[in-house]
Design a protein. Structure first.
Length: 684
C-alpha cells in the first residue's frame, strides 16, 4: 500500500504484507497481527502509531479498503463480493469506510462517476491519510464518519440518516400559544426518535438554536447531522396552522415541505403524518412495530392533552419549583383522562427528580404508584418503562432497572435519557466496560452539542474514561485533551490524563509527578491523595506510601467517609511494613468484609489479593483462575494487577503466569469484538 511504503519503513511494509496475506479473514485483527509479527500487542500499537499516525485497527482497515479499491478497478466482482473478499462481514460498513477514506462510494467508482486521480502519488495517498497525519485522528473515529461531498460528481452520495428537529417558531400573536407550538415540535421529534434507522439528535441539543441567526449548514455541522427540520405554527381557536420543511444540510435546500391547516381535533393525525413523510423523504426504513408506536394516540381527550403540553414546558426545565408546577398540570391531565399513560409516567419521573439529590427520599411511594399506572395503561411506552426503572434506581435495585431501560430503548432507539442512564449504571453500579463504552458513544452522538464548554468537558472526560477502560488508549488520549481544551479547570481530567499517559508508555515517575502536582493544588482531595499513595505502593516505596496513606486515613476517619474500601488491603500492607501490625490487621479485616459484600465481576480478583496477603497462595491462584473467565473488566487490571507487591509471591506457582496471560488474552479478544461490533453500529 503506497501511502505507507512512501514512509520508507520496512516495518510497515512487513505489516502490510501480513495483512494482505490474511485480507479475506474477517476475524484477522490486531491480536492476530501481533502474533504473526512476534511482538507484544502494546509494542505493535506504538510502532504502527509512530510510523503512520494511525491506530493498528485503523491501519488494518485502511489496508482492506485500499485493496477493495484495487479490486474495483481490476475485477468485475460486485461491491458486496469485494467487501467479503477484503474481510468486511458487512457490506454497508465497507461502503462507509470506503467513503470515509476516498470521499465517494465504491458504486461511483464502478460507474466511473469520480474524477481520475492525477498520477500514482495521488492514488497512493488517500485523502484521509493526509487528514489523519495532521493529528485529528480520533475525533473522526468516535464522533462519526466524515462525509465528503463531491459537487463535480453526477451521482449523489447517500447520506447518513441523521436529523435534528429545530425549535418551531410561534407565529401566533398570543404568546400563551407557545406551549402548543412547542408541543408540535416535541411530537415531531418524539415520533422520529422511534425510528431505529434514523439518528435523531436530542431536544437538549437543538434547544440552543431557538431564535438563532446561524445558517442551516452551520447548525448541521455543529450538530453533526445531514438533515434539519424547521417549522412554524399557530393556533386560532380550534384551528391549527403548521408550516414545516425538511432541509438537506449539504445543499441548504428543502427536499420536502408542506403547509397544513387542520382542526385541533386532528392534531394527532397531523403529527403522525409529518413523521411519516419526513421518514419517506430521506428513505428511512420504518418497521411495522415502529409505525405502530408512531401512530399511537396518547389520549382521546384534548383537554387532557392541553394540560399535558402546558406541563411539558415546565417539566423540561427541572428546577424544584417547575417540577412541582408540572406535576400539578400532569395531574389535571389525569383528571380529564384517567388512562393517560404519558401523564402518569411524567409525574413519576418528576417526583424522581425532586428526590434525586435528597439524602432522605420523600417520594418513593409516589414514583412507584404512578409508574405502575403508566405501565398499566401503556406497557409499550418508553416513558412508562423509564418511570419504573427510576423507581428501581430510587430503591437501589439497579439490576431490576436495567431490563426496563433496555426495553425502553427498543421502543425509542434515540432516547438520550435512557442512553445516559444505561451508561451511568454500567460505569458505576453494574460494571461492564463494553456496555459503558457503547452507551457513552451513543450518548455523544445524540447530545454532543447540548452543553456549554464545561458540560462538554465532562462529556469528553466520561467518553475518555470509557475508551481507556476498554483498551482504546490512543482514542482516550485524544478525548482527554478535548476535555481539557473545553475546560482547563476540569476537576478530574488531569487525573485521567496522568493514567492515560501511563497506559501509553508506562512512565510511572511522570504519573507520580502529575498526580502530586494536582494534589498540591488542592490537598483536601482524597481521591488524588490515595492515588499518589498507590503509585508509591506499586513502586514498593513504603515510607512514601505511608506518608500519603496516613493523611488519607486520617481525613477519611475524620469525615466518617466510607470511600475506597478496596484499597484497604494496600493500606494494610503499607502499615505492616511500617511495623504497625495492629492497625494493619484492622485494615485487612475491613478489606475482608469488603470482599464478602462485593457482588461485582471483580470479586474473585479481590479475593485473590486477600488470599495472597494471608499467604494462602494456592487459593489466590484459584481465585485468579475464576476471574480469568470474566468479561468486560477494565484495562487497568492488565496494567496494575501484575505490579501488586502482594501478588509477587505467586510467581513461584507455575499456574500464576499462565493465568495472568489468560486474563490478558481474554481482554484483548474482547477488545477486538467490541471494536468490530461498535464499528458495525457506526459508533466507532
Amino acid at each position: 500500500m503506497s501511502n505507507t511504503s512512501i514512509l520508507g519503513a520496512d516495518f510497515i511494509e512487513q505489516v502490510e504484507a501480513i495483512i494482505l496475506e490474511n485480507i479475506a479473514n474477517e476475524q484477522f485483527g490486531v491480536s492476530e497481527l501481533a502474533d504473526l509479527m512476534n511482538m507484544s500487542r502494546s509494542s505493535l500499537l506504538r510502532k504502527i502509531k509512530t510510523h503512520t499516525q494511525l491506530s493498528a485497527s485503523q491501519f488494518i482497515r485502511q489496508v482492506r479498503v485500499t485493496k477493495g479499491m484495487e479490486m474495483l478497478k481490476q475485477t468485475s466482482l460486485t461491491v458486496a463480493e469485494i467487501s467479503y473478499e477484503v474481510g468486511f462481514g458487512n457490506t454497508s460498513y465497507f461502503i462507509k469506510c470506503f467513503r470515509e477514506q476516498y470521499g465517494y462510494s465504491p458504486g461511483e467508482v464502478r460507474k466511473g462517476a469520480v474524477p481520475e486521480e492525477n498520477g500514482n502519488a495521488q492514488e497512493s495517498v488517500p485523502e484521509n491519510y493526509k487528514w489523519y497525519a495532521i493529528g485529528a485522528m480520533a475525533v473522526v473515529v468516535i464522533v462519526g464518519f466524515v462525509l465528503f461531498f463531491s459537487r463535480k460528481s453526477e451521482s449523489r452520495v447517500e447520506l447518513e440518516k441523521s436529523i435534528a428537529v429545530l425549535p418551531f417558531v410561534n407565529e401566533s400573536s398570543d404568546s400563551l400559544n407557545l406551549y402548543f407550538v412547542n408541543g408540535l415540535m416535541e411530537s415531531t421529534l418524539n415520533n422520529l426518535q422511534k425510528i431505529g434507522d434514523l439518528r435523531v439528535v436530542s431536544r437538549t441539543s437543538v434547544a440552543r438554536y431557538r431564535g438563532t441567526e446561524k445558517s442551516i449548514p452551520e447548525i448541521a455541522e455543529e450538530l453533526n447531522v445531514n438533515y434539519l427540520v424547521e417549522g412554524s405554527g399557530q393556533r386560532f381557536g380550534n384551528q391549527v396552522l403548521l408550516n414545516i420543511q425538511l432541509v438537506e444540510a449539504a445543499t441548504d435546500r428543502p427536499i420536502w415541505g408542506e403547509q397544513y391547516s387542520r382542526e385541533v381535533d386532528d392534531v394527532f393525525a397531523l403529527q403522525n403524518e409529518v413523521a411519516r413523510k419526513i421518514a419517506q423523504a430521506i428513505k428511512a426504513v420504518v418497521t411495522p412495530a415502529e409505525l405502530q408506536q408512531i401512530e399511537k394516540i396518547p389520549t382521546e381527550n384534548l383537554e387532557a392533552y392541553d394540560y399535558y403540553l402546558q406541563a411539558l414546558n415546565l417539566y423540561y426545565n427541572r428546577t424544584p419549583e417547575n417540577l412541582e408546577k408540572a406535576i400539578s398540570l400532569f395531574e389535571k391531565a389525569i383528571e380529564e383522562d384517567d388512562q393517560f399513560a404519558l401523564a402518569y409516567a411524567n409525574v413519576a419521573i418528576s417526583y424522581y427528580f425532586l428526590d434525586v439529590n435528597q439524602k432522605e427520599k420523600q417520594y418513593t411511594e409516589q414514583i412507584n404508584n404512578f409508574a405502575d399506572k403508566a405501565l398499566l395503561y401503556d406497557s409499550r411506552s418508553a416513558e412508562s418503562l423509564i418511570a419504573k426503572a427510576l423507581y428501581y434506581m430510587q430503591i437501589e435495585e439497579y439490576n431490576l432497572a436495567l431490563p426496563h431501560l433496555e426495553k425502553a430503548l427498543e421502543y425509542n432507539p434515540n432516547s438520550l435519557a435512557v442512553v445516559q442512564m444505561l451508561a451511568d449504571l454500567y460505569a458505576r453500579v453494574i460494571p461492564n466496560t463494553a456496555k459503558y463504552l457503547e452507551y457513552a458513544l451513543k450518548g455523544i452522538q445524540l447530545d454532543v452539542a447540548a452543553n456549554d464548554s464545561i458540560g462538554k468537558s465532562y462529556i469528553y472526560l466520561a467518553l475518555s474514561n470509557a475508551l481507556v477502560q476498554n483498551g482504546f488508549v490512543d482514542e482516550a488520549a485524544t478525548y482527554i485533551e478535548k476535555s481539557l481544551d473545553f475546560n482547563p479547570e476540569n476537576y478530574y481530567a488531569p487525573l485521567m490524563k496522568a493514567y492515560i499517559l501511563y497506559a501509553q508508555d508506562g512512565d510511572g515517575e511522570r504519573t507520580k509527578r502529575l498526580l502530586l502536582q494536582e494534589w498540591r493544588k488542592d490537598t483536601t482531595r482524597l481521591d488524588l491523595l490515595q492515588e499518589v499513595a498507590k503509585v508509591y505502593y506499586y513502586q514498593e516505596d513504603y515510607d512514601s506510601a505511608f506518608y500519603y496513606f496516613e493523611k488519607f486515613v486520617a481525613a477519611r476517619d475524620k469525615g466518617g467517609l466510607d470511600i475506597y474500601p478496596q484499597e484497604d488491603v494496600k493500606i494494610a500492607r503499607v502499615y505492616e511494613k511500617m511495623g504497625l501490625k495492629e492497625q494493619a490487621a484492622n485494615f485487612f479485616d475491613n478489606y475482608v468484609e469488603y470482599c464478602e459484600k462485593d457482588q461485582s465481576i471483580y470479586k474473585s480478583a479481590s479475593m485473590a489479593v486477600m488470599y495472597a496477603y494471608k499467604g494462602e497462595y494456592e487459593k489466590a491462584v484459584e481465585q485468579l483462575k475464576i476471574f480469568s473467565t470474566q468479561d468486560n473488566y477494565q484495562y487497568w487490571i492488565l496494567l496494575f494487577q501484575d505490579m501488586d507487591p502482594i501478588l509477587k509471591p505467586l510467581e513461584a506457582n507455575p499456574e500464576y503466569r499462565k493465568t495472568i496471560q489468560k486474563i490478558n488474552d481474554r481482554f484483548w479478544k474482547k477488545h477486538a469484538t467490541i471494536e468490530k461490533v461498535l464499528a458495525e453500529k457506526g459508533l466507532l
